[in-house]
Design a protein. Structure first.
Ligand SMILES: Cc1cc2nc3c(=O)[nH]c(=O)nc-3n(C[C@H](O)[C@H](O)[C@H](O)COP(=O)(O)OP(=O)(O)OC[C@H]3O[C@@H](n4cnc5c(N)ncnc54)[C@H](O)[C@@H]3O)c2cc1C
Length: 486
């Protein structure tokens, strides 16, 4: 409370701090002012080493044009593109609120870092093509003067998707669409497959598709840190705290079909500071919900879904945490350096990890097998019973593998159509979404960040038309179903 009271009394100085950062994108002028004020106070109260000014660098500003909830790869990408596309340098103040700067549970750092072009929806192919270009030129996009270049540890390698008789026709039409969008993907018969990858058993495989360009895997932590470093140089503000509440105003209107709806506008975001019971209010014009697996909860806080069932008001954001295991194993007899990322029709997948005969992989559980998302403990029996038999059937050499370690992470799982949610909410008019990518959000973050920034700044998508990914589809029941989910 004392801290808040002081903040109120020192309001003019603190807003001076805000303006300093606002104009120049740097906190140097503020630091200078603080030491000037401290000197002045000490000269008025001689002998007093007591300093009434708290170090407020950990506090969020009182105002920010945009508040981004979640400092994972999607939140940071939105921040990057907002600053990059702003009309005048320093025109927009952007604050990223992240509750855990160690990212212990964030999907971004617990992912397996893959990028592919092989999706069933053209929008997803376009997003990944854009991101591939971004990653290839990362040191042009994220260069910071006097800092060393980033090394994403990019490992170029095609994804090898296998289809059974049942899935072959769909695979063929997917590949046709992917090529039309500009992706380089080839189809292989079981005979061709056997010739190129002699360690694979082609039993039950009718067709395979293999990426020839723009696919592989990289270090997600490096991308996250590269974005963060760049954002700091662009004047984006960061704050460690948890968004716990939104203060909004409401107005009522009637739709063309006679439905009464309440429009909401968020004015203030409450940020609960780390290891404190206090919260700091931040006035804002726009809120971006980039809270990953927790974005459903953030939407609820803003009143999304808080209305009668079957109405737009009662339509919730269908994104929830789903626990996924990644197992790491050693197998000297395994496929070796030539192994691409292989996705089996059974749902199991694996790829090489490093150069020492190590591999990683897993398998998404069925709805009935979904583990409790309450913690990130690993179930080793799941590997034994569900993953290993499938791997060994596809690659007989994996009979001899030995599991070395494992981890679990959360998919930001969209239960409606396993696809991203991008753009504004129709009723909470200043909340924008960048979430719900259900296992492919890392690779699409560079493009999605740009799409959200375009929506915020221009009111429409410019680079890639992501209208099928708008929130309103949940109300209208229009699925943008992505079938190629690993
Ligand atoms: C095992 C696994 C493998 C994957 N493999 C791939 C892959 O190969 N390729 C790919 O493209 N994608 C992959 N993904 C998916 C990808 O990791 C996610 O789609 C993507 O990282 C989502 O990014 P995000 O920024 O939305 O989420 P996150 O990285 O989870 O960031 C969200 C952040 O919001 C913060 N937050 C939540 N609530 C609040 C709050 N109230 N206040 C403040 N902060 C809050 C959280 O602390 C978190 O840091 C994988 C995911 C998993 C789990």
């Amino acid at each position: 409370m004392l801290q808040r009271a002081l903040r109120l009394r020192l309001g003019p100085y603190l807003s001076g701090r805000g303006l300093g950062t606002y104009r120049g994108g740097s906190t140097l002028d503020w630091d200078g002012k603080v030491s000037e004020i401290k000197k002045k106070i000490q000269s008025i109260f001689p002998g007093g080493a007591w300093s009434p000014l708290y170090d407020t660098s950990h506090l969020p500003p009182e105002r920010s044009d945009v508040v981004i909830v979640g400092g994972g790869v999607l939140g940071l990408s939105v921040a990057y593109w907002l600053k990059r596309l702003e009309k005048q340098r320093g025109a927009i103040r952007v604050l990223v609120v992240e509750r855990d700067h160690t990212y212990a549970q964030a999907s971004t750092v617990l992912s397996v870092g893959g990028i592919r072009q092989q999706f069933s929806l053209p929008e997803n192919v376009q997003l990944s093509l854009f991101s591939a270009e971004f990653l290839r030129n990362i040191n042009e996009y994220l260069a910071v003067v006097d800092d060393p270049p980033l090394d994403l540890q990019f490992n170029p390698s095609g994804y090898l998707l296998l289809a059974s008789e049942e899935g072959a026709a769909i695979m063929e039409s997917n590949v046709k669409m992917q090529r039309k969008e500009g992706a380089k993907v080839c189809l292989m018969s079981p005979e061709q497959l056997q010739k190129k990858f002699p360690w694979i058993s082609t039993e039950g495989v009718a067709l395979a598709s293999y990426g020839l360009e723009n696919e592989g895997w990289f270090d997600p932590w490096c991308l996250l840190q590269g974005l963060r470093r760049k954002l700091q140089s662009m004047g984006v503000l960061f704050c460690q705290g948890e968004v716990t509440r939104f203060i909004s105003s409401s107005s009522h209107m009637e739709t063309g079909s006679g439905e009464q709806v309440t429009l909401k506008r968020i004015h203030e975001v409450h940020v609960k500071m780390d290891r404190s019971q206090e919260f700091q209010p931040v006035e804002c014009a726009i809120v971006v919900n980039a809270a990953g697996a927790w974005s459903g909860q953030i939407a609820e806080l803003a009143g999304v879904g808080n209305g009668p069932p079957g109405t737009m008001q009662g339509t919730r954001l269908p994104v929830e945490p789903r626990k996924r295991y990644v197992y790491l194993w050693h197998c000297p007899q395994g496929p070796g350096l030539e192994a691409p990322l292989v996705a089996d029709p059974s749902g199991a997948y694996f790829r090489r990890e490093g150069l020492g005969n190590n591999y990683l992989g897993g398998c998404s559980p069925t709805e009935e097998e979904e583990p409790d998302p309450g913690n990130l403990e690993v179930d080793y029996d799941f590997f034994q019973e569900k993953v290993w038999p499938r791997l060994a059937q596809r690659v007989p050499a994996f009979e001899t593998l030995k599991v070395r370690s494992a981890w679990a992470g959360y998919y930001d799982y969209n239960t409606f159509d396993q696809n991203g949610v991008v753009g504004p909410h129709p009723l909470v008019v200043n909340m924008y979404f960048a979430t719900g990518f259900s296992g492919h959000g890392l690779q699409q973050a560079p493009a999605v960040g740009r799409a959200v920034a375009e929506m915020v700044l221009e009111g429409h998508f410019q680079t890639i038309n992501l209208s099928p990914f708008l929130f309103s589809r949940f109300y209208f029941g229009e699925k943008a179903q992505e079938h190629c989910i690993l």
